[in-house]
Design a protein around this ligand. Structure first.
Ligand code: UD1
Length: 447
């Protein structure tokens, strides 16, 4: 293993297996609300970028190294499990991850691993373009609507792949000479489809043009890493990305962009509880749409070198209307947290969800805590109340779960958030990070 990763500084904590999340899925989080948050929270590398970068490691036989990697997340564990199953060698130490895909043993991503997380569909493009074949189970992940993968499949077909769907598996084969460059017009903006096609195109023959591509910072980061690996890509961050296929890609050392959704979540936490937070290693420019609305609500945010400083400007936040949109619009992954914030605002705010059709699962739980929310189709009117009351709550997706934690931080009395499994998919050490800035929060065993 050492010879695969020559520049990996092996310390005592280095591991050849996935770093295990220690808690059981039955564990709960208990919060006693009312404490303002003051102090410093380090922001982790972006989960939604790290998961894709790991798939990009499949594009080369050389070793790749990722710094600022959120290695302790459950979703990262699931991706490690999948890549190890495929035959990758992986080492993790702190927030460094090294992957070597020189000895891939199978091109099949099985249901048992893929069902845990939707991000695993991103092995499809890399496997198919490098090895000419891939069999990937249809994915699982958060229960937020049907979430099809038709755009991923259609794009690969346009690059010459033959694809069939059998028994819940996507069976894909490339033509004899490999995938062909193509002009792919996405009828709808999709983060995952853009990423899958971007990776597939790096090793295809000739030029691929992705039109109506997604522009998320995570896609730019993935593209920049691919460029360092030798890919020829232009137009990242615009709606037209051009990729000129190359014969092979090489190893890389890349530092993962900070998690803008984790950052936004803690900005809202500071705004809801009062106090002043310094968010270490965070980028204000990746949250510009959200910050406009947060500022209207009364939250002050400023960049200080690599950090962001957040404070609440007003006694009580104001109700504001938001609508989720593809980047650079308001992120759907911050919608639930913003709604939790509106429950205590002065006046009403309307939240319209345009990306996913079933992303209001936090509404009944917030209502159990005393929130006044009425849902009409894909919009929710949130009328601010004077106070929330602690309650036993549970959510079935990652961002909905963290919205309940935020509500618990300001509710009167005790809130118990069940199924913290979801939180651990996307928030590194949330109990430690919030506890470290003054929240009365603890993890209790559910056994
Ligand atoms: C990614 C993020 C997720 C975020 C979402 C939107 C990861 C692991 N997840 O998810 O946290 O909420 O972007 O910012 O990065 N669609 C289709 N056909 C497809 C693909 C998507 O109809 O083939 C639809 C989806 O159902 C959805 C919309 O397009 O309504 C956007 O989905 P997409 O951008 O693809 O989200 P994900 O990549 O799954």
């Amino acid at each position: 293993m050492e010879s695969l990763f020559p520049d990996f500084k092996l310390g005592k904590s280095a591991t050849t297996i996935a770093p295990q999340v220690k808690s059981s899925s039955l564990d709960k989080i208990k919060i006693i609300g009312g404490n303002p948050l003051n102090g410093t929270i380090p922001i982790s590398g972006a989960k939604n970028c790290a998961l894709k970068l790991m798939c990009a490691a499949l594009l080369t036989e050389e070793s790749v190294y990722f710094e600022n990697s959120p290695n302790t997340l459950r979703d990262m564990n699931s991706q490690i499990e999948l890549l190890e199953y495929l035959g990758c060698a992986i080492k993790c130490e702190g927030s460094l991850m090294a992957i070597n895909a020189s000895a891939i043993e199978t091109y099949t991503a099985p249901y048992d691993i893929v069902r845990k997380m939707r991000g695993s569909i991103l092995v499809l493009g890399p496997l198919l373009t490098r090895f000419g074949q891939a069999k990937v189970s249809l994915p699982g992940g958060c229960a937020i609507g049907t979430r099809p993968v038709d755009l991923h499949i259609k794009g690969l077909e346009e690059m010459g792949a033959t694809i069939t769907l059998d028994d819940g598996y996507i069976n894909a084969t490339a033509p004899a000479g490999g995938l062909q460059g193509a002009k792919i017009l996405f009828p709808k903006v999709s983060v995952g489809a853009t990423e899958n096609l971007l990776m597939a195109a790096t090793l295809a023959k000739g030029e691929t043009v992705l039109v109506n591509a997604a522009k998320e910072p995570e896609i730019i980061d993935l593209g920049e890493c691919l460029i360092k690996m030798g890919a020829k890509i232009t137009g990242l961050g615009t709606e037209t990305i051009r990729i000129e296929g190359v014969k092979s890609l090489k190893g890389v050392r890349h530092s993962i962009v900070p998690d803008r959704i984790e950052t936004g979540t803690y900005i809202i936490a500071a705004g809801m509880t009062g106090g002043t937070l310094r968010l270490q290693n965070a980028r204000i420019e990746h949250l510009s749409a959200a910050l406009g609305f947060l500022s209207q609500a009364g939250i002050e945010v400023e960049q200080d070198k690599n950090d962001i400083i957040v404070s609440r400007e007003v006694e009580r936040l104001q109700g504001v209307d938001i609508m989720t949109e593809p980047y650079p619009g308001f992120p759907t992954d911050l919608q639930a947290q913003f709604m939790a914030m509106l429950t205590l605002a002065d006046g009403a705010g309307m939240v319209t969800e345009t990306i996913f059709e079933n992303r209001f699962m936090h509404v009944p739980e917030l209502s159990r805590m005393g929130a006044d929310i009425s849902v009409q189709g894909n919009s929710a009117i949130v009328r601010g109340v004077k106070s929330l009351k602690g309650a036993e709550v549970m959510a079935t997706d990652l961002r909905a779960s963290v919205a309940l934690v935020l509500a618990g931080l300001v509710a009167e009395g005790e809130t118990t958030v069940n199924r913290i499994y979801h939180l651990e998919r996307g928030y590194e050490d949330i109990v430690g990070k919030l506890g470290g800035v003054g929240a009365n929060i603890s993890r209790v065993s559910g056994e």
